[in-house]
Write a protein that binds this ligand. Structure first.
Ligand code: ADP
Ligand code: MG
Length: 263
């Protein structure tokens, strides 16, 4: 077991955003955290990657109490690709990727040949080697997101925490990012907005609703029309896709009658 979260509870003032959340991630798993907007996905992930501190609960990473680990040590173990990757200053692409090396270094250490090699390699992995000298702020949304993923790769961690990493990316980049992360064979815990993407890439899912885990299981177990209606209030037809073999969901508009749904 790589990550174990037990009874994680967190409130923003009066607003309880995570309520006794329990989840675990085994080595090599790709785990999805899904649920409607505002259900607490980012709150749970922020507590795991230590941008927030739980009010109650325990989190262990590789058997160690994560909440007692130094920030540097947890940064070595967890690579984070957040939802909004605001970079306040206009760094070059290669400088941003080089920031992934910082948990490995002491303050004021300069980048050595190995750091430079890793940065170049990470950019090349994402087909971005030609963009190393570009200004980050001038890139498109998809390019920026690939830079942030390259930074996570440069960190050389084998556990990725992703918060809707492909939001606002068009479909080719969404697929590219998930395919790429899958090929890295790292352990992943990712909030995912798109249920079909979650079905395509995840081994198991946890479903949050109003701060609580209400469902858990494989995509096949979780994605039934009844469950989808219960969580999102939307009717759907669910089947196994003939090519991917994965669960595929078609959402049904209100005017389509129930009996035209063949399942
Ligand atoms: P999700 O990522 O699933 O969309 P969030 O974890 O961002 O959900 O939000 C969970 C709940 O906590 C929501 O009701 C949201 O309004 C609230 N919330 C999130 N961030 C803050 C904050 N900084 N201050 C107060 N409430 C917040
Ligand atoms: Mg969120």
């Amino acid at each position: 077991m790589r990550l174990q979260v037990e009874n994680l509870t967190f409130s923003y003032g009066e607003c309880e955003a995570a309520d006794n959340v329990c989840l675990h991630v085994e080595a090599g798993e790709f785990i999805g955290l899904i649920g409607p907007n505002g259900s607490g996905k980012s709150t749970v992930l922020n507590n795991i990657y230590r941008a927030l501190t739980p009010d109650r609960g325990t989190i262990t990473l590789d058997g160690e109490n994560l909440l007692k680990m130094s920030h540097k040590r947890s940064a070595l173990k967890l690579a984070v690709v957040g939802q909004e990757n605001d970079v306040p200053f206009n760094f070059l692409v290669e400088e941003i990727v080089a920031m992934g090396r910082s948990p490995h270094k002491r303050l004021f250490d300069i980048d050595n040949a190995y750091d430079k090699y890793i940065v170049k390699h990470a950019l090349a992995h994402l087909g971005m080697e030609d963009m190393a000298k570009r200004n980050y702020l001038n890139l498109s949304g998809g390019e920026k997101q690939r830079v942030i993923i390259a930074r996570a790769i440069a960190q050389e961690s084998d556990f990725f925490i992703l918060d809707e990493p492909t939001n606002h990316l068009d479909i080719s980049y969404q697929m590219q990012v998930f395919d790429f992360i899958k090929r890295l064979k790292v352990t992943v815990l990712s909030a995912i907005h798109d249920l079909n993407m979650a079905a395509l890439y995840c081994d198991r899912l946890y479903v949050l609703k109003a701060g609580r885990i209400v469902l858990r299981g494989t995509p096949e177990e979780v994605f039934t029309p009844e469950n989808i209606y219960g969580v999102y209030g939307v009717r759907s037809s669910v089947g196994k896709h003939p090519i991917t073999g994965k669960t595929a969901i078609t959402f049904l508009p209100a005017e389509i009658k129930e009996d035209s749904n063949d399942r």
